[in-house]
Design a protein around this ligand. Structure first.
Ligand code: ZN
Length: 281
């Protein structure tokens, strides 16, 4: 899932960085090497730039432990489902869906959603991931881009005007053996419940024709109308409809918590998704 050099980087960089003279308390690179033919650097600043795609993933002394704990939470939820539960929810912090095989970004270090999907492959030939975070699930897309066995679908605010800007467009459909197993559904900024539920319908039909054995929901709560980033405008009853649409797929389902910035409505929206899911089951 993640490359050995990236895992080694995440595990050791905060400690080694702290030994550098005149350094910042958290690892924040000042170079981001473009991936044209290039050489994996030895210098800490170079490695940091190589593995950190943006400035929203500073690495501190406890980042590694927190990221591992979050991924273990996702793995535990998968194990419950593999052992017969119809669904399970993993409260993962930090989130994961912006993390690539070898690159952190957007507050994500280990891709909990991708780890969950891969673990479900132990039992299921085909697994689908549906990302309902307001941001495109670029890391998850990247990890499975060339794989035909994991279908990745993301509904998100149009990257033409929204993070991550350079991924998340409808024309990104997978590559090689994975061509056709990635579906992006970008929505206009400010889209509300009805537009969102229509997109869920498109996603559901696409996932049903892939016929997976299990489903991972990358559960971002930031499409909320009250989210401070104001990408989409889903209401609390709208989140219930999202939960209902997920349940209609009738699949063993692992919910992995992704984004959701602080707002008073955050808890109510989570309850609403899960209640909608339960009542339509
Ligand atoms: Zn998000």
């Amino acid at each position: 899932m993640h490359t050995p050099e990236y895992l080694d980087f995440l595990r050791t960089i905060a400690r080694d960085w702290a030994k550098l003279p005149n350094t910042s308390p958290e690892v924040v690179p000042n170079v981001h090497p473009a991936r044209y033919p290039a050489t994996y650097p030895k210098a800490l600043a170079g490695r940091a730039g190589w593995h950190q795609v943006d400035l929203a993933c500073p690495i501190g002394p406890h980042t590694w432990e927190a990221a591992v704990a979050a991924s273990e939470s996702a793995a535990s939820a998968v194990d419950l489902v593999l052992n017969g539960e119809a669904e399970a929810y993993a409260l993962c912090r930090p989130p994961g869906h912006h993390a690539y095989a070898d690159m952190a970004g957007g507050f994500c270090f280990l891709n909990n959603t991708a780890i969950a999907a891969q673990r479900l492959r132990q039992k299921h030939q085909r697994v689908a991931v549906l990302d309902v975070d307001v941001h495109h699930g670029n890391g998850t897309q990247g990890i499975f881009y060339a794989r035909p066995d994991v279908y990745t679908v993301s509904i998100h605010a149009d990257p033409v005007a929204y993070y991550p800007y350079v991924w998340g467009y409808a024309h990104e459909r997978g590559e090689g053996p994975g061509l056709g197993t990635n579906l992006n559904i970008p929505l206009a900024i400010g889209t509300g419940d009805d537009g969102y539920v229509q997109a869920m319908d498109v996603a559901r039909k696409a996932i049903e024709s892939f016929a997976p054995g299990a489903l991972v929901i990358a559960l971002g709560l930031d499409p909320s109308e009250h989210d401070p980033l104001k990408g989409l405008a889903v209401t609390t009853p709208g989140f219930r409809r999202i939960g209902q649409a997920i349940a209609r797929m009738g699949l063993p389902t692992v919910f992995v918590q992704e984004g959701g910035y602080l707002s008073d409505i955050l808890g109510a929206n989570l309850t609403s998704v899960l209640a909608g899911f339960e009542e339509a089951r």
